[in-house]
Design a protein around this ligand. Structure first.
Ligand SMILES: [Zn+2]
Length: 145
C-alpha cells in the first residue's frame, strides 16, 4: 500500500525490500535437527524455540498416543505403518486387525497421487498455533527505509 508523498517506484522498492528481508530471515531460521535413517538431516525450519520442525516435533511427541497422524503425505503414512508394526511386534494388536489397518494404509498410500495437501511455502507453520495463542504479541509494523 502506497504511503503519502511516496512515488510508485519508492512503494515498489519499500515492499520488495521488506519481502526480501522476510525471505532472508526465513533462510537464516534455525533448522530441524532430526537426522533421517538415510543419514540426511531434515533441514526444514525448526519450530520456534524447538530443535525440530513441526512434523518431527509431532513424530517425537505424538499428541495422541494411540492415534495415527493425519494421513496427508507419505511421511505420515510411513509413521502410521511403523505404529502398526510396533503394536503388532509388542502383541498389542491382533494380526487380523493389523492386516485391516495395513490395508487401509496401503489404500491411503495409493491415493496420495490424487491428493493435494502441500501448503503454500510462506504459510508453513514454524510456531505451534496452540502455543502462539498463549504467547501472542502485537503485530509488528512494516520496516521503513
Ligand atoms: Zn524435521
Amino acid at each position: 500500500m502506497p504511503k503519502k508523498n511516496e512515488t510508485p517506484a519508492q512503494t515498489i522498492n519499500r515492499v520488495l525490500s521488506g519481502s526480501l528481508a522476510r525471505v532472508e530471515a526465513a533462510h537464516n531460521a534455525p533448522r530441524c535437527y532430526h537426522v533421517k535413517i538415510n543419514g540426511i538431516r531434515c533441514g526444514s525450519p525448526a519450530m520456534h524455540q524447538d530443535a525440530f520442525c513441526f512434523f518431527h516435533t509431532r513424530m517425537h511427541n505424538p499428541p495422541l498416543e494411540d492415534g495415527f497422524p493425519p494421513l496427508e503425505d507419505a511421511n505420515a503414512i510411513q509413521v502410521a505403518i511403523m505404529q502398526v508394526l510396533q503394536a503388532l511386534a509388542k502383541k498389542k494388536l491382533e494380526v487380523r486387525v493389523a492386516a485391516t489397518l495395513l490395508y487401509g494404509l496401503q489404500t491411503a498410500s495409493s491415493n496420495l497421487k490424487r491428493t493435494q495437501f502441500e501448503p503454500y511455502a510462506p504459510a508453513i507453520v514454524t510456531v505451534d498455533p496452540i502455543d502462539e495463542r498463549w504467547h501472542r504479541k502485537p503485530p509488528e509494523s512494516e520496516p521503513s527505509l
